[in-house]
Design a protein around this ligand. Structure first.
Ligand code: ADP
Ligand code: MG
Length: 475
C-alpha cells in the first residue's frame, strides 16, 4: 500500500500524541495539515511563521523521531506557512525547510528563515528612540481589591480574582475571563488583580492593556514591519490582563497574533486575565480556536449589584470623597440606579457638584432631577415615582391629589395602595417610602401595607384593584 501525506502524518501524530501533553498536542499539532508527500519529504502546513518557529524550537526532536520511523533516515520535513496578511489579500504560501543543523532532518535549503536569536526587546509602550526595558504595568492603583466592594453579584468573580492574585498561573483559573454588562466593574477587577500581584510578587512582569490598544499596537507593528518584536514583547509578560476582548471581534489578524501570544503564555504557566462584555458563547466574529481557549479556565460573571451592595458602594464613595448625605437620599439613589455602577457613581458626583455649586442642600428633589438624567436612558425600572403615577392614573387623579392631606376615602386608599406597591416592588425603607409619598412617616406606611393586605382578603372590589395595578406595574 502506498503512503500518502495524510497517512504518514497521521502515524506521526499518533506517536507524538503519546509523548506530549494533550494540551500541547491540541495547541501545536491539531492545527497542522499534511499537504503533500514527494519522495521522502513530507510537507505540512502551519498557520503562521511563529507557529513554525515554535515547532522548531520545542518539538523538532519528536518530529524527527516520528518522521524517521515513517520515512526512514532520509526523511525531510517541509513547512508550508500560510502567511498572514493583514491588508486583506491572501498571499501565496511560503515554503520553509528547517535549518539542517537544528532539525537534523536532511533537507534542501529553499528558504531558511533568518532567526533573530536574541531579539532586542522592543516595547510598544515606549516612544521609539527612548530606551526603556522596564515594562510599566499600566495599572491604576486606585482600582484595587479594597475599593472593590464584595456583594452577591460579584462574589465568584472577586474570589476567583483573589485566588489568581495569590498564585498567578498556578490555579486552574487560566485564563480567568471576567464578563458582564457595562459599568459593572470588569476593568476595576482586572486592575485589582494586577495591583495585588504586583504587590505580592514585585518581580513579576504584569501588564494591563485594553484590547483596543493591543489592536492599535499590532497594526502599527505590521506597518513598521516588526510584528515579531511585538510578539516577543508580549511573550515575556508573566501576567497579561486584556480588557474588553469582545473588541477583537472581526479582526482576524489581531486574533491570530493574540492566539499565538496566548498559547505561548499559557504553555509557560503565565497567567492570562481577560474581560468581556459578553459570555464566550455570545461573542461574535471571534475565531473558534480562540473562543475555545477563552473557555479553558474560568468564566466568571459580574451581575447587577443587589440593593445592599449598591448602598455599600454609594456609602464607600461618599466616605472616600468626605461627603455626607442623608440616608433617604442614598436609598433613593440605590433604588433608582440599579444596572450600572458607573452611572451610580456619576449620579453621586453630579449631586455633590450641583449642591456645592448652588450652595444648596442635597434634597430628594435634586436627587430625583439628577437621577432622571441617568435612568431615562436605561430600561424603565419600577420606581416609587412610577408607582405613584400608575396608581393615580388608575384612579383618575393626579399625583398631587394622591399625596394630599385629605381624608377622602378613595384618595386615602389610592395612597395606601401606592405605599403598598412601593414596599412590594422596591427595596426602599418604610421611612423612605413615606417621605416620597406625601411626606408621611414610616408608621403610616406600615399601617397602609397592613390595611391593603386586610382589604384585599375581605373586599372583592379592592382585590381587583390590587390585581389590576400589579399587572400594570410589572408589565
Ligand atoms: P466595566 O469595566 O465593567 O464597564 P468599571 O470597572 O469601569 O466597569 O466600573 C465602573 C465604575 O464602578 C468604576 O468607577 C468602578 O470603580 C466602580 N465599581 C464597579 N464595581 C465596584 C465594586 N464592586 N465596588 C466598588 N466600586 C465598583
Ligand atoms: Mg471597562
Amino acid at each position: 500500500m502506498s503512503k500518502t501525506a495524510e497517512s504518514v502524518w497521521n502515524n506521526c501524530l499518533a506517536f507524538i500524541e503519546d509523548n506530549i501533553t494533550s494540551q500541547a498536542f491540541k495547541t501545536w499539532f491539531e492545527p497542522i495539515k499534511a499537504v503533500k508527500l514527494t519522495d521522502n519529504a513530507l510537507s505540512i502546513q502551519v498557520p503562521s511563521k511563529f507557529f513554525y518557529e515554535w515547532l522548531e524550537e520545542h518539538y523538532v526532536k519528536i518530529l524527527k523521531v516520528a518522521l524517521t520511523k515513517e520515512l526512514g533516515s532520509t526523511a525531510k520535513l517541509v513547512y508550508i506557512i500560510r502567511m498572514e496578511n493583514t491588508y486583506g489579500n491572501k498571499q501565496p504560501f511560503t515554503e520553509k525547510i528547517p535549518s539542517a543543523n537544528r532539525s537534523n532532518l536532511q533537507s534542501q535549503e529553499i528558504d531558511v528563515p533568518v532567526k533573530n536569536k536574541s531579539p532586542e526587546l522592543k516595547n510598544p509602550f515606549v516612544i521609539p528612540g527612548i530606551r526603556n526595558v522596564k515594562i510599566e504595568s499600566q495599572l491604576n492603583p486606585n482600582y484595587n481589591f479594597e475599593s472593590f466592594l464584595e456583594g452577591e453579584s460579584n462574589r465568584l468573580a472577586r474570589s476567583a480574582g483573589l485566588a489568581v492574585a495569590n498564585k498567578p498561573g498556578g490555579t486552574s483559573f487560566n485564563p480567568l475571563l471576567i464578563f458582564g454588562g457595562v459599568g459593572l466593574g470588569k476593568t476595576h477587577l482586572g486592575h485589582a488583580i494586577g495591583v495585588d500581584i504586583k504587590d505580592k510578587y514585585p518581580e513579576k512582569t504584569v501588564l494591563y492593556i485594553s484590547a483596543e490598544k493591543f489592536t492599535q499596537q499590532y497594526i502599527e507593528s505590521v506597518k513598521k514591519n516588526n510584528r515579531n518584536d511585538f510578539i516577543h514583547f508580549y511573550q515575556i509578560i508573566d501576567v497579561l490582563i486584556v480588557d474588553d476582548i469582545q473588541l477583537l471581534s472581526g479582526k482576524a489578524g489581531t486574533q491570530d497574533v493574540f492566539f499565538h501570544i496566548f498559547n505561548h503564555l499559557h504553555q509557560n504557566g503565565k497567567q492570562v486575565i481577560l474581560t468581556s462584555d459578553k459570555a464566550p458563547v455570545d461573542m461574535i466574529d471571534i475565531e473558534q480556536r480562540l473562543l475555545s481557549r477563552f473557555k479553558w479556565g474560568l468564566s466568571a460573571e459580574l451581575n447587577h449589584p443587589d440593593y445592599d451592595t449598591r448602598v455599600a458602594i454609594i456609602k464607600n464613595k461618599l466616605y472616600r470623597d468626605g461627603v455626607e448625605m442623608p440616608d433617604d437620599i442614598i436609598e433613593f439613589l440605590a433604588n433608582n440606579i440599579k444596572t450600572n455602577i458607573r452611572e451610580l457613581e456619576g449620579a453621586i458626583i453630579s449631586l455633590i457638584a450641583h449642591s456645592s455649586f448652588n450652595k444648596k442642600e442635597i434634597t430628594i428633589e435634586l436627587a430625583r432631577k439628577i437621577v432622571d438624567n441617568y435612568v431615562k436612558h436605561t430600561k424603565r425600572e419600577v420606581s416609587i415615582d412610577y408607582i405613584q403615577k400608575v396608581v393615580s392614573d388608575y384612579f383618575q387623579m393626579d399625583v398631587d391629589t394622591l399625596q394630599s392631606k385629605t381624608r377622602k376615602r378613595h384618595i386615602v386608599q389610592a395612597r395606601q395602595l401606592a405605599m403598598f406597591f412601593a414596599k412590594k416592588f422596591t427595596k426602599a425603607s418604610l421611612a423612605s417610602i413615606g417621605s416620597q409619598i406625601g411626606q408621611r412617616d414610616h408608621a403610616t406606611v406600615l399601617h397602609a401595607c397592613k390595611t391593603v393586605d386586610n382589604l384585599s382578603s375581605t373586599d372583592k372590589q379592592f382585590r381587583k384593584y390590587v390585581e389590576d395595578l400589579s399587572k400594570k406595574l410589572t408589565l
